[in-house]
Design a protein around this ligand. Sequence first.
Ligand SMILES: [Zn+2]
Length: 126
Amino acid sequence: MIQFVCKKQKKKLTCKEAAKMVVPYIEGRLGNKELRRFVNHIEECKDCREELETYYIVYKGLMQLDEKEELPMNIIEALNEDFAVSKQHLKNMSLFYVLSEVTKWLVNISCSLFLIEKIMELILGV
Ligand SMILES: [Zn+2]
């Protein structure tokens, strides 16, 4: 049972799953949850990182043909920049998450304090 819960909570992306996310990633179509798992996998897995680089080059090459977009001078550098932006985005998102949790927590505390005050009033008849 515990094993089942852990597996569900901390399910890591397999290379096969990561491969399916490469194109949506380049097109910026991954949701935050998927993006986080994808970025984590790419950072840990050299094979998928190379796969992403290959796709990125092909994708940007096709964009250039389609829209006559300038190909970046150093395409790997451009990918690294994109990747850094994704990581920053995730960082901002977790900061936002922490802040909203803290806010909820503070609201809870002030509600509890209010209740305690009310109870004290009832008990002590203040
Ligand atoms: Zn992999």
